[in-house]
Design a protein around this ligand. Structure first.
Ligand SMILES: [Zn+2]
Ligand SMILES: [Zn+2]
Length: 338
């Protein structure tokens, strides 16, 4: 029987189409892998081409006069940081000029690297850079919300091969983020607890959708996962803002995120994916009702008319089966799997 499930956090319904159900292994990508060179002369992110990017914002040096991670403004930025945000309201039309920040984090000098195959220390360097940028921008009174995300592969929206992620800081909070906060706040008002703390505790009791656990994090499939293998990583400690992550938690998140990406890489043969860090808007740092997390979304299916027309997704892979499949994918340096 098919089943409709409701996402506890967003209240969105999803159709888990068990009649059309696919085995998790049916989602394997089977794409011919083109070998990629470690250095590409025309790539603006490769070492030696630093002059092809806008002036650097931040770097992690490699100890030999070069860099391990670089942050630069996006050359084709969606928003511009050097203007003051001004709001205008004219009859039914509202606008703000295009103030905002759009930075690129170049994660490694190696053009051919994948996050899934990096060392945990390299991933931790990238996460520390995210935290530095996040905290700095949270203090800017013009910034309302910060989104950190990675697009890997064409189906995830990138054409640039060189490993990179991005940060966009906006002067407004989107309707989608606002609604999630309102749900979390009403839940807290009604039950006196953070709905994510509650959900993680229940999932740990049930175990069915857990992919892996570490000292500080829990990686799991969502009960009402909108798409196959959508995997969330939650900190066990209640924190509203990603900026509150501790040094020990950064190291542990690096291990957990890399292991989840490596399980997807090995299990589904390097699928395109996005990940995003969903954190409290700058004005909500420290609140008791929201809990930040990382959402990893493999791009295995396409959004079609039904999804666009109804806002409802059809997922053909049972979240419990996806979790079981990912638990079984063995990694060379397994970190607290299971
Ligand atoms: Zn490159
Ligand atoms: Zn919480």
């Amino acid at each position: 029987m098919p089943e409709l499930r409701q996402n506890f956090l967003t209240k969105e319904w999803v159709i888990i189409a068990t009649e059309r159900a696919k085995r998790p292994e049916d989602m394997i990508v089977h794409r011919s892998a083109n070998p990629v060179a470690s250095f590409v002369e025309t790539c603006p992110f490769c070492p030696g081409n630093e002059s092809k990017t806008p002036p650097e914002v931040l770097r992690v040096p490699d100890g030999n006069g070069s860099w391990q991670v670089r942050v630069v403004p996006n050359r084709f930025a969606a928003l511009a940081r050097d203007i003051e945000p001004t709001r205008t309201i004219h009859r039914s039309r509202r606008t703000i000029n295009g103030f905002g920040v759009h930075d690129v984090v170049i994660e490694t000098p190696d053009h051919a690297q994948f996050t899934a195959l990096m060392s945990d220390a390299q991933v931790a360097d990238v996460l520390r850079i995210y935290r530095t940028l996040y905290i700095e921008l949270s203090h800017d009174p013009r910034i309302a919300h910060i989104t950190i995300f990675k697009n890997h592969g064409r189906d995830a929206g990138t054409s640039l091969e060189h490993p990179h992620s991005q940060l966009i800081a906006t002067p407004v909070i989107s309707q989608q983020v606002r609604e999630r906060f309102q749900h979390a706040l009403s839940h807290y008002d009604e039950y006196g607890e953070c709905m994510i703390c509650q959900m993680v505790e229940e999932e740990l009791e049930e175990q069915k959708r857990i992919v892996m656990t570490t000292e500080h994090f829990v990686a799991m499939e969502l009960f009402a996962s909108p798409t196959p293998f959508c995997t969330h990583i939650y900190p066990r400690r209640h924190m509203a803002s990603f900026g509150d992550i501790s040094a020990a938690e950064i190291a542990d998140l690096a291990r957990t995120l890399r292991a989840v990406l490596a399980k997807l890489y090995r299990g589904l043969e390097n699928p395109d994916f996005n990940y995003t860090i969903r954190s409290a808007p700058a004005e909500c740092v420290g609140v008791k009702y929201f809990h930040w997390y990382v959402s990893v979304i493999p791009r295995l299916t396409r959004v079609a008319g039904f999804e666009l027309g109804s806002g409802m997704f059809i997922n053909t892979v049972l979240p419990e089966a996806a979790a079981e499949f990912l638990r079984q994918v063995k990694l060379e340096s397994a970190v607290g799997a299971g």
